[in-house]
Design a protein around this ligand. Structure first.
Ligand code: NAD
Ligand code: TDX
Length: 327
């Protein structure tokens, strides 16, 4: 198995289970600011190989895909705020990189699972029961989600035009260990732990559906085992929370006052609400999230960040400097 982006948040949580299930696993990761070799320190199998390299390097991708039976494609530029500041790396990695993977998969006839996001569907209105489904029209708002939408369209086109053996999953917001401190939940936790106040964009009314990274990866494994080739699966826990609710839950779990946060300028093009209908995954493949209670998953995540300050300390400093500079 070739895992792209395996030194990032979701990929690094996926790799230990993949090594146990498949034996020979190669990770291809460029170790950008978001990738960290330490995330894979516990993976010790002699069958495991780490290759530092770029999915925009077509020759390298061709070689590694040619040595594999299955590719699980996590590698991406993943942060919306960064994409608004500088979209160029998002085009290169998310679009050109995925194109390289697809061409190699086509040449070598290798099974592909493409990891994507529910952000490709754009925003839902607040306070409605509407949810994204597998047939919702694509309507991305940010450069990040537009490049992920592009990559999904490429995968679908390569499936229809060339008959490659591919599946796609679009997951809701993830949380859990090893998530980069630029993202909402780890940013807030590490801000409180370092004595500063969480920054909430706008009013905090925006809603996200929080899915634990282990539940996401269990769904990916089910799709690899028995997903229908050519199909798309939505993944989401159903646990919707406003950003204000998430912020106040973190403050409560860290024994701070519920109003110990600041409202700051809103994100441009800020999607109001994401929510998925994951009925297909649940009924066809039998997926059920194990983290059904968001607040207890959040408490475990807080414990992980409290216990692993060495892991995030330097990234916190550089990330907050980047946010302060507005880049
Ligand atoms: P991340 O930013 O934590 O990790 C991305 C990894 O990809 C890093 O290790 C980075 O070094 C690597 N990478 C980046 N550019 C590369 C390149 N050109 N070549 C090789 N490697 C490169 O991201 P994540 O949160 O783990 O997201 C993984 C995937 O899941 C992405 O495709 C993302 O779109 C998708 N996704 C994420 C979420 C979420 O909430 N985090 C939700 C749904 C879908
Ligand atoms: O400091 C913050 N304050 C704040 O209010 C940050 C970093 C974020 N926010 C808000 C913006 C969003 O409404 O919190 C919400 C979550 O923000 P992010 O963690 O940046 O995630 P989001 O933009 O929802 O995208 C995430 O989920 C889908 C991942 O970053 C994507 O990779 C994934 O595709």
């Amino acid at each position: 198995m070739l895992v792209t982006g395996g030194a990032g948040f979701i990929g690094a949580n996926f790799v230990p289970g993949a090594v146990a299930a498949y034996g020979r696993v190669t990770v291809l990761d460029a170790l950008t600011y978001a990738g960290d070799r330490r995330n894979l320190a516990a993976v010790s199998s002699s069958d495991f190989e780490f290759v530092e390299g770029d999915i925009a390097d077509a020759a390298l991708v061709d070689k590694l895909v040619g040595q594999s039976d299955i590719v699980v494609h996590f590698a991406a530029e993943s942060h919306v705020d960064n994409s608004i500041g500088d979209p160029a790396p998002f085009i290169r990695t998310n679009v050109v990189g995925t194109f390289n993977i697809l061409e190699a998969v086509r040449r070598h006839d290798v099974r592909l699972h493409h990891i994507s996001t529910d952000e490709v569907f754009g925003a839902l209105p607040l306070d409605t029961g509407t949810r994204f489904t597998e047939s919702t029209r694509y309507d991305p708002s940010s450069p990040y989600s537009a490049t992920k939408a592009s990559s999904d369209h490429l995968v679908r086109a390569w499936t229809r035009s060339y008959g490659i053996a591919a599946t796609i999953s679009n997951c809701a917001n993830n949380y859990g260990p090893y998530q980069h401190v630029e993202k909402l939940i780890p940013r807030h936790i590490t801000s409180v732990l370092t004595g500063s106040r969480p920054k909430v964009y706008g009013t905090g009314a925006n809603v996200r559906e929080w899915t634990h990274v282990d539940d996401h990866n269990a769904a990916v494994q089910l799709i690899l085992d028995s997903g229908r080739l050519g199909d798309t699966y939505l993944i989401g826990s159903g646990q919707e929370r406003s950003n204000k609710q998430v912020t106040q839950a973190i403050l409560r779990l860290l024994d701070r006052s519920p109003d110990a946060y600041d409202q700051v300028a809103d994100r441009p093009g800020h999607d109001l609400r994401y929510a998925t209908d994951s009925t297909k995954l649940r009924t066809e493949l039998g997926w059920t999230p194990q983290y059904e209670d968001f607040e207890s998953g959040l408490a475990q995540t807080i414990t992980w960040y409290r216990d692993n300050a060495v892991w995030w300390h330097e990234a916190k400093r550089t990330t907050e400097a980047r946010y302060a500079a507005g880049t």
